[in-house]
Design a protein around this ligand. Sequence first.
Ligand code: BGC
Length: 822
Amino acid sequence: MRTTVKNAQEIVAALSLDDKIRLISGHDFWTTEAIPGAGIRAMTLTDGPHGLRKQRNAGNVANVTDSVPATCFPTGVALASTWDPVLLEEVGVALGRECRAEDVPVLLGPGLNIKRHPAGGRNFEYFSEDPVVAGRMAAGLVRGIQSQGVAACLKHFAANNQESWRMSIDAVVDERTLRELYLTGFEIAVRESDPWTVMCAYNQVNGTHCGETRGLLTEILREEWEFDGLAMTDWLATFDRVPAIRAGLDLEMPGSTATWDREIAAALKSRTLDAADLDLACARVVDLVLRTAPPSGARSKAAPAPDFAAHHALARRAAAAGTVLLTNDGLLPLSPRATIAVIGAFAESPRYQGAGSSLVTPTRLDTFLDVLREQAGESRVTYAPGYDPITGDTTDALLSQAAQVAAAADAVVVLVGLPSRMESEGFDRDHLRLPEGHDRLVGAVVDANPRTAVALFNGAPVEMPWVARPAAILESYLGGQAGGAALADVVLGAAEPGGRLAESFPAHASDLPASANFPGDATQVQYREGLYVGYRFHDASGVAPLFPFGHGLGYTQFEYSGVKVAPVGAGWDVTVAIKNAGKRAGSEVVQIYVRDVVSTAYRPVKELKGFAKVHLAPGASQKVTVSLDRRAFAVWDVTSHEWRVENGDFEVLVCASSSDVRGAATITVLSPDVAATSAGPSDPAYVATDAEFEGMLGHPVPVEASLLPFHRDSTVSALRATTLGRVVRAIIVRVARRSFGGDDDPDTKAGNEALIENLPLRGVAMASHGTLSLRRLDHLIHVLNGASPKALLARRRGRRGPSRHPVTHATPASSAQTGANP
Ligand code: BGC
């Protein structure tokens, strides 16, 4: 046992009951409770993930636009495209140092939810559609952050794959898909990096809120994966605190002004809550306090000021390493003497991070235009904005100016993408198109000068109706504060675009089976596509993506030879020789996929099981080894609830992308396991029918809960269903708007509005600083459901006993809720 755990237990044993109850709920929006008499200091928890967002005026407000300056590193999607956990560890170290300097012991990131659908509003913050990439990238960051004595936080556990109704929706997902796709990344990150905290997701999984699912928080996370840190709620995620403590949810954030204290005390008294469970939660809070304490002796000394210049340089390197060259007919890198037309307002007003809780105030901000002018010389660079950076709209005048400027230059770089208000935490996109103005601009510029490179700035895949026309396409994603400089480095050839897509770009969103159930309905979303997400779908169906998972060209070419797969201990080592056959230094991502040749269970055609990034000088070669353990061949068996390996032949594919196989070897895996059998969604649609989904779930498909009558989990938006509801909603919205800062910022506003609409009524109570107690909330809900306020009041005065109209915590019976929890 770690000494801090033992010490924590001793400290907790000496606390009063009141102190214990106080300790497991935050003090305010960003800090935990201090109990000075017991030597327990308060901890500040801040977002995350791609930079420190420490609010200047903390306390009980959520103001995403007013935080201390910090290095804004590339967002999760851009970091993941580096496929370089070592680089992410470096970024993590820098994040940890900035946290330490600001006295922040807990950074709320990384987020590693699977990108089930490319329209997910928060995809920019997440890593991948594949759990191996997501888990390994997260592990790199965690190791770096925690090397500085700062706790990282894996979030959002689990199956938080959309923003629509994110705080209450029930994700109905079969056990095998949950295990193989949605939990595996968390498992890898826990096992590889020992995170000190995990944040549970807002949503429900199979009928139970994540924060109350003992299967997730205790059985899987702690008992199976051996997580030994603290589990906290997402902000205002608590649905019912007592069962949450029992489930293994230690800390409630933010503090809910004693909302649950009475219930916890009553549960202890009636022994529906075991005192040992409360003690355990307290001990984990204290353990985190001790684990993140500044090193002894450093207590009085302030942590050293971070080297912001070095961190900026690192952010620039990481952004270039995450830039993906999608197509190139040889235009890039640009020739050193070419005159360059820069088109697109993002060159001056960069789109470099996503809106919402991850919004960082950068220490500085590079623009592509400035850096290009500086590096290429003013006289070589001309510019036309082409569109409005806020709306994305263009005009005929802007288009013709852009065409003229483009036509007069040797080469053109046109910057397009998604304006902030089109993607944000809080809402999902309802299509994958660029703003019409951006599509028109690309067309006009390519017409004027075919020697055009398009650089995309967006947090997630977009459709490209013009894909075949430009001479080159770069996916820059949201590259952080140095993203503009990184693009200049890449187009001029000072850096290679080192990225590979960590997600598939579909040609059309409608191609995807998940589109049939994304984002679902207000109370439920059914994962009927099972494992057919991303390349797993494209491989199986033969529906070609626009760009495949793992794709990226770089500026040189690599040759693969001598693929060998040899047994080593209980696993296998895959080796391959990689040679840089081009004239420039460059990096390659060697991707190892496994295919079960004959399987009794339904399986994707192939799945990524390992990868390695190599950097090679021109002409240089290197032998690359990737180890595969037994798990690389396994499926989750829903009968025995364990991983099973089928006996037989497996193909090991050595690839440069999911659709570029460079070598293969077939091995025979001998396994005593009884074969797993399971069926999934059948072709051609890959959307499970009712019967297929029932088979996958192992029980009838749960009926979607109705919006009425209202209950504690009804969202503010659902109040629109009745006249009185609309009145109450208007009041809540007015009050909530006042408590958010940043309303004058249009990008933040859209996310805030969505956040308010998605807030469940219990969340309104918890955020009310004690004004709306749960009792009052229940009363309000009765009234909203048609009870006369007077009668309720009279009844309350006449009786002190329980209400004759108890308000249940539960969402109204979704009739076939079953025990399909993991
Ligand atoms: C987000 C979390 C974030 C928290 C605190 C929530 O709404 O989902 O990722 O850490 O707010 O800002």
